[in-house]
Design a protein around this ligand. Structure first.
Ligand SMILES: C[S@@+](CC[C@H](N)C(=O)[O-])C[C@H]1O[C@@H](n2cnc3c(N)ncnc32)[C@H](O)[C@@H]1O
Length: 426
């Protein structure tokens, strides 16, 4: 919490660093406390401001994080209050702040005594705009006057867990039967041929055959990428922003493994998990660390029949999976991201063969990164045309959008995503 809020680190990185200090049986609890606290943090901080008669000095700010986690337990979990308070008071010693034990104890006990009144003061609506940064609420209101409240509400809830069966190794029905035998309830999603939606999330390693590459964890909206680009067996495909390789793997699985895929990412470190993913699933691709803004016809396999550009973006469609985005992103980032998206798109276009198709994808809900980028690109490239997309019936939350399709995050359904399919004139 402190690492994200005060030090500006990503939750994924901070959690990976902390995980070693926590026994395996408590890993799920660690995750729940971190993700849950970040989802509700503005409200928990508002409570803290009431409970502490004056703000803590900077040297003690870690106690803000500690008490936010404690309040999350008291407000949103079934952990017995006495256990949460005792563990939090103990933790002041672990953090080398034993003299704060009294203050922490008093603040949490006051919360327990006055909780109804305090919660009434800070609110409990999951769609409360106070749970989002002002700049993002402003952009959501402007872009989605009829939907922004629902986007905020859904983004503050637990995300569902969807699977993608590796259909090269197992038919979906056969894998669904293995899940049932393992006591894991799941249902199919019409129109997504490899997808299964779990009734309750489980750790990936509990999934039958996960280590043997029978299945991957991938959101339902993200599973549209391979279906919409629809690479055909034998084609040359570029996945230009590929790490950690979820969509690379899906492209390959979609074509029965018979594609010549070049998987590129600018971040060489993120290519290690991509290679592990492909190896686990029994798939192969040429992997290249390179900047897609400097895409070159010298890249292996160029020119390509199909290109996937899963562009770097604000990730505002997946806040429920990455609640740290609310604290790490800044308004000014959007213009920088848009410039990067334009530069990558323009550079990749020259690598597409005439008649070839490029799918532009983001997990953003902001038009600046989505339809505005594609509209500007189409206006500037006479040899680019939009291919209309038809979505499976299970994707309920597509909103009207030209060009492309915009999916908003849905409770119990897919993440917020944007897709536009472009074809190069012959
Ligand atoms: C949305 S993520 C890709 C997720 C991936 N497609 C998947 O499904 O697993 C965007 C990726 O773009 C990469 N990236 C950012 N700028 C880039 C650039 N200029 N050239 C190539 N890759 C870039 C990031 O390192 C990041 O891995």
């Amino acid at each position: 919490m402190h690492a994200v809020r005060v030090e500006g680190r990503s939750l994924t990185v901070a959690l990976a660093a902390a995980a070693g200090a926590v026994p395996a049986r408590d890993q799920a609890l660690l995750q729940e406390l971190c993700y849950g606290t970040l989802r509700l943090l503005p409200r928990l901080e508002a409570l803290l401001a009431i409970l502490l008669s004056r703000p803590l000095r900077r040297a003690d700010w870690i106690l803000n994080a500690l008490m936010a986690v404690a309040l999350y337990q008291l407000v949103a979990t079934r952990i017995p209050a006495h256990a949460a308070v005792a563990a939090t008071v103990d933790a002041t010693r672990t953090l080398g702040k034993p003299r704060a034990a009294g203050l922490v104890n008093a603040a949490l006990r006051r919360f327990l005594r006055e909780q109804d009144a305090l919660l009434a003061r800070v609110g409990s609506d999951p769609a409360d705009p106070a749970l989002f940064p002002d700049w993002l609420v402003g952009r959501l209101k402007a872009a989605w006057p009829d939907h922004w409240r629902r986007i905020v509400a859904v983004s503050n809830q637990h995300p569902p867990m969807a699977l993608r069966v590796n259909t090269i190794r197992r038919e979906r029905a056969a894998y669904a039967a293995e899940l049932t035998a393992a006591g894991i309830a799941a249902r199919t999603l019409p129109g997504l041929p490899a997808a299964l939606l779990l009734e309750q999330p489980v750790p990936a390693l509990r999934l039958p055959g996960f280590a043997d590459g029978l299945v991957s964890v991938q959101d339902a909206s993200a599973q549209l990428a391979a279906l919409l680009l629809d690479p055909q067996p034998g084609e040359r495909v570029l996945d230009a922003c590929a790490a950690p390789g979820n969509k690379t793997a899906h492209l390959l699985e979609h074509a029965g493994g018979d594609l010549k895929v070049t998987a590129v990412d600018v971040d060489a470190e993120r290519l290690a998990p991509l290679k592990e993913n492909l190896a686990r699933l029994g798939l192969s691709a040429v992997v290249l660390a390179a900047d897609a803004r400097a895409a070159s016809l010298d890249w292996p396999g160029a020119p390509y029949d199909r290109i996937l550009l899963d562009a770097p973006c604000s990730a505002t469609g997946v806040v429920r999976r990455h609640p740290d985005i609310k604290y790490l992103r800044r308004d000014a980032d959007i213009a920088t991201l848009a410039a990067t998206q334009d530069a990558i798109l323009a550079a990749l276009w020259g690598l597409l063969r005439p008649g070839g198709r490029l799918l532009y994808a983001t997990c953003s809900v902001l038009p600046d990164e989505n339809r505005e980028r594609i509209a500007a690109f189409l206006a500037a490239h006479q040899d680019a045309g939009e291919v209309s997309l038809s979505l499976p019936t299970s994707i309920a939350d597509a909103v009207p959008c030209t060009p492309g399709v915009q999916l908003l995050p849905t409770a119990g359904g897919g993440d917020g995503f944007y897709y536009a399919l472009l074809e190069r004139a012959r």
